[in-house]
Ligand binder design. Structure first.
Ligand code: F3S
Length: 397
C-alpha cells in the first residue's frame, strides 16, 4: 500500500503502541483487499461492546490498547449488555455489570464517546453525503451508506477501533464508486408502511440477495419512507442478506448516480409480504415480553409510544430500548414519565438482543424483523412481529 509519511510513522511506532498496532491491522486489511492507499475517516462506530461478546480476552485487548491509545476522530459505541444506570431493574447480575463497566471505562479512556447506541446517526455521530467512515454496526452501516450516502465497509470491532486511533481506513469496497452500483432490480408492487412492514420487506429482499449471491438491491415502487422505516429496513436487509448498501428510487441519494440494473429483476407483491410476515410469527407463542426499539427508538417513536400508553398499565415485561441522549430528551418532554407510569421500562444503552437475557422469557413481541431473527437464534425465544400499536395492545391486555 502507498502510505503517507505520517501513516508510515504510525506503523513505525512514532505515535505509540496502540497506534502502531492499529496501523498494522489496517495495512494487513488493505493488503488482503488490494487497497492502494488509506482514506481519512470522519467518524467511527464500534460494535462488540457487550461484555457477553467481548469476554475476558476482548477486555484484555481493549485494556492494552487503552494504555496509550487516543482516538483521532469522533467515535461512538454500539449497545452494551446493560442499561448503565438502570441495570438492576432489568435483572442484570452484579458480576456482569462490573465487567461491562470495566469495558466501557477502557473505551472512555481512549476518548470514545460512550453513548452505546446502534443509531449513532440519530445522536450526533451524523455523517453527510460522501464522507468516509469506519462503522461496525450492520444496521447503521446499511443506513449510512444507503440513506445518507456516506461510505463505509462493514467493519469488525478491532478494525473499527484501529480506524478510531489512526483516523484512517484502507480504501476498498464501499469506499469506491465502482463497488456501489445496484446489482438486482427489485420492483415492489404493494404499499409498504410501518417499521414492522419495512422489516418484512427487508427480510424478503435480504433472503433473495443471499440466495442469488448478490449484495446491492435497487428498489422501485416505494412511495415514501420515514427515518424510522428506513432504519428498520436497513437493519432487516443487513441481517437477512448481509447487505451494506441499497438504492431506493426517489428516496436514497445515490439512486441516479449509477445505471439501473436490468439483468436480474425480482418482483414483490402483497402475497409475498403476507407470507413473510407469517414466517415471523411462531406458532403457539406465549408472549411474556414486549420490546420496541430495534434499531434504537427515535424520539419520534418514543412520543408515539407515550401517546399510546397514556393512562394505561402494561401487564407484561415491556422494554423501550434507546440511546441515553434520546432518553434524556424523552425525560425533558415528559414522555418518560407517561411510559414509566404505565409500568413500561426504558432500557437505554442496551437492547433485547445484546442484554444477557437468554431463556428468561418464553415469547417476545417486537416491531422489528431483525429482533425476530436474533430473538430466535440467540435468545431462544418464540417471536411475533407486529406494528407498534399491536405491540402495545399485547403489552396491556
Ligand atoms: Fe440495535 Fe440491538 Fe437491534 S444493537 S439493531 S437494537 S439488535
Amino acid at each position: 500500500m502507498n502510505l503517507t509519511p505520517e501513516e508510515q510513522e504510525m506503523l513505525d511506532g512514532k505515535y505509540g503502541k496502540a497506534t502502531q498496532k492499529s496501523m498494522e491491522i489496517l495495512t494487513t486489511l488493505g493488503d488482503i483487499f488490494d487497497a492502494e492507499d488509506m482514506v481519512e475517516v470522519t467518524g467511527v462506530q464500534i460494535a462488540g461492546v457487550s461484555y457477553a461478546n467481548l469476554g475476558e480476552a476482548g477486555l484484555e485487548w481493549l485494556t492494552e490498547m487503552a494504555e496509550d491509545g487516543n482516538v483521532r476522530v469522533l467515535t461512538t459505541l454500539n449497545p452494551a449488555g446493560m442499561d448503565r444506570e438502570n441495570w438492576q431493574a432489568l435483572g442484570i447480575d452484579k458480576e456482569f455489570a462490573k465487567n461491562q463497566n470495566r469495558a466501557i471505562e477502557a473505551f472512555a479512556k481512549m476518548g470514545i464517546i460512550t453513548t452505546c447506541s446502534c443509531t449513532p446517526y440519530l445522536i450526533g455521530n451524523a455523517p453527510h453525503f460522501g464522507q468516509h467512515l469506519a462503522w461496525a454496526e450492520s444496521s447503521a452501516v446499511c443506513y449510512s451508506n444507503s440513506v445518507i450516502g456516506a461510505r463505509t465497509n462493514r467493519e469488525g470491532g478491532p478494525s473499527a477501533l484501529a480506524s478510531a486511533l489512526t483516523g484512517k481506513t484502507p480504501r476498498y469496497g464501499y469506499h469506491l464508486d465502482k463497488n456501489r452500483h445496484g446489482q438486482v432490480l427489485v420492483k415492489v408492487n404493494a404499499p409498504v408502511k410501518g417499521t414492522d412492514e419495512f422489516g418484512v420487506l427487508g427480510k424478503i429482499i435480504g433472503d433473495k440477495l443471499f440466495e442469488l449471491g448478490k449484495n446491492i438491491p435497487y428498489i422501485t415502487g416505494i412511495a415514501s419512507a420515514s427515518v424510522e422505516e428506513l432504519k428498520s429496513f436497513s437493519a432487516s436487509v443487513a441481517t437477512y442478506g448481509g447487505t451494506a448498501l441499497f438504492h431506493m428510487e426517489a428516496i436514497t441519494p445515490e439512486y441516479k448516480m449509477y445505471p439501473k440494473p436490468n439483468e436480474i429483476i425480482f418482483e414483490i407483491n402483497q402475497n409475498n409480504l403476507d407470507i413473510t410476515r407469517n414466517e415471523l410469527i411462531d406458532e403457539n407463542i406465549e408472549i411474556d415480553f414486549v420490546s420496541i426499539g430495534c434499531p434504537h427508538a427515535s424520539i419520534h417513536e418514543i412520543a408515539k409510544i407515550a401517546k399510546l400508553l397514556e393512562g394505561k398499565k402494561v401487564k407484561k415485561e415491556f422494554w423501550i430500548t434507546t440511546a441515553r441522549p434520546t432518553k434524556k430528551i424523552a425525560d425533558e418532554a415528559g414522555y418518560s414519565k407517561v411510559i414509566e407510569d404505565a409500568g413500561a421500562k426504558f432500557a437505554a444503552d442496551t437492547c433485547c438482543v445484546v442484554a444477557p437475557i437468554k431463556g428468561r422469557f418464553k415469547g417476545i413481541m417486537v416491531d422489528s424483523a431483525k429482533a425476530c431473527y436474533y430473538g430466535r437464534a440467540k435468545n431462544k425465544f418464540k417471536v411475533k412481529i407486529g406494528t407498534i400499536e399491536e405491540c402495545i395492545q399485547e403489552a396491556i391486555k
